[in-house]
Design a protein around this ligand. Structure first.
Ligand code: GAP
Length: 459
């Protein structure tokens, strides 16, 4: 991605949301904070606040539920961030995981040469000030670290540049310990680290980020079938969590942009103010990983078919996406500033998040703060609900402002305790998107809400 951003106009019906609005909402409402902010921050590294951590957990849980829990042929692992340094020689990262960067001799800006517009490459000109660019230099993205305490005896290794390597390292252990047989898959969610040359666009390109991977091991003759299968499944998965379905597409990689391990690749892309950008990669890794790790470790990682006794090196279909990009894209996809209308005279900012992913599921609101019975009843209901889902109690400000506060963080339901509640035990349930309200008996509220915030997606 170049450092210049495209204008915030959508080709469709709704304008694209400027990233600055999402950054501001995230800071103001406790989704995301700049890391080490009191020391001036670190470029490309972020912390997640109280609402951010809830949203991330929901995103992770939904991925795990749909990829691992509901698939009999897929199991999960959680590998370490630090591995033996030979892993990264075998994987090709020490040699090949490089970006080419150029500097502008005039304004000193730095660019990835593969992100420069063609015209600027041809004329060797800076896209910002028109100054002359330096020759491209190779820059390895792996972050180094050291194991051991004594100088001279410390071993240099790397924070993992892609989380998926643990899966190849543990593949044989999983096979032997979990009675899986090919075709089968291993999933993992975990942090990855890259010394990105041009981190930026908020969570889009960071130096510390989280990936989710499926590595699906197949017989070479079935590679195409499984590649197509997982490509479609993953596309459907992303479609199921967004509102703007027309902003999702596949893009095949050209031969010149394939990663060193991929023979074929498709990106699932999402369109935002940044243009069409990768959300997840579907990679045809073939036998690259298992053959390289067999060679470098000396351990034969080939597989013997229990029935035919055929011995072969399995090929791998990889689906690799980002928790952080999902987090960012979902906020962009959900964000809307609604003008004043008959239903809301002041207008509101609302996050139309899928209820199963929303950080807070319900807010319990007594109509007035100074009426003890309203407050006590609301607190009792909140205490019941918070055991089942994330619930917030709020009695500060008038009811309209409290609704808007919840709309802005994507809370799908607000339950209001009013004077009628004290007479007949019924409460108002207000739905975020339509702002419609219904009355239900208080005892029915937990079941009513649970039915609406549960995971409802078939794979
Ligand atoms: N194991 C394959 C692999 O790592 P990748 O396309 O480099 O493939 C997979 O990364 C996903 O990780 C991307 O689709 C993106 O969602 C996420 N990702 C990659 N680099 C990132 C970065 N610097 N910041 C945030 N997310 C990133």
């Amino acid at each position: 991605m170049t450092q210049t951003q495209e204008p915030s106009v959508s080709t469709g019906d709704t304008p694209f949301v400027p990233i600055e609005k999402i950054v501001s909402l995230c800071k103001r409402r406790g989704f995301v904070y700049p890391n080490s902010e009191i020391y001036g921050g670190v470029s490309g590294i972020y912390d997640f606040g109280p609402l951010g951590v809830e949203l991330r957990n929901n995103i992770r849980r939904f991925w795990w539920w749909s990829m691992v829990q509901t698939n009999d042929t897929v199991v999960g692992i959680e590998g370490a961030i630090i591995t033996h340094p030979r892993v990264w020689e075998a994987s090709g990262h020490v040699e090949n995981f490089v970006d080419r960067l150029v500097d502008c001799k005039n304004c000193k800006r730095r660019f990835r040469s593969d992100h420069l517009p063609e015209e600027n490459v041809r004329l060797n000109k800076c896209p910002v000030c028109g100054g002359e660019l330096t020759e491209p230099r190779k820059f390895n993205l792996m972050m180094e670290t050291y194991i051991g305490v004594l100088e001279g005896e410390r071993m240099k290794t790397y924070l993992r540049g892609e989380a998926s390597q643990n899966i190849y390292l543990d593949y044989d252990n999983v096979l032997k310990s979990s009675r899986m047989a090919i075709p089968f898959g291993i999933c993992q969610i975990g942090k990855a680290f890259r010394n990105e040359v041009t981190p930026g666009n908020f969570l889009f390109r960071q130096r510390e980020f989280e990936q989710w991977d499926l590595q699906f091991f197949v017989h070479p003759s079935e590679m195409q079938q499984w590649f197509d299968y997982w490509k479609e499944r993953r596309f459907e998965w992303y479609q199921s969590i967004i509102n703007h379905k027309d902003r999702l597409r596949f893009r095949p990689h050209g031969a010149d942009e394939l990663a060193h391990y991929a023979k074929q690749a498709f990106d699932i892309e999402y369109q935002t103010v940044l243009g069409w950008q990768e959300w997840e990669g579907i990679h045809w890794r073939q036998d690259w990983d298992l053959s390289r790790h067999s060679e470098y470790s000396g351990q034969d990682l080939s597989y013997t078919d229990p029935e035919t006794k055929e011995r072969y090196l399995p090929w791998i279909v990889e689906t690799s996406g980002g928790v952080d990009r999902t987090f960012l894209n979902l906020l962009i996809d959900a964000y809307e500033e609604e003008p004043p209308s008959g239903k809301d005279k002041e207008g509101r900012t609302v996050l139309h998040l899928n209820p199963l992913l929303a950080p807070v599921k319900v807010a319990v609101l007594p109509l007035q703060k100074n009426k003890e019975e309203l407050v006590t009843t609301a607190r009792e209901l909140h205490a019941k609900l918070r055991r089942l889902m994330v619930s917030q109690y709020d009695d500060v400000a008038n009811i309209g402002r409290r609704y808007r506060r919840q709309d802005e963080i994507g809370t799908p339901f607000c339950v209001t305790i009013d004077f009628t509640t004290l007479e007949d035990q019924t409460v108002t349930i207000r739905e975020r998107d339509s702002m419609s309200q219904i009355r239900r008996h208080m005892n029915e509220v937990p079941a009513y809400l649970l039915e609406r915030v549960r995971w409802d997606y078939s794979v």
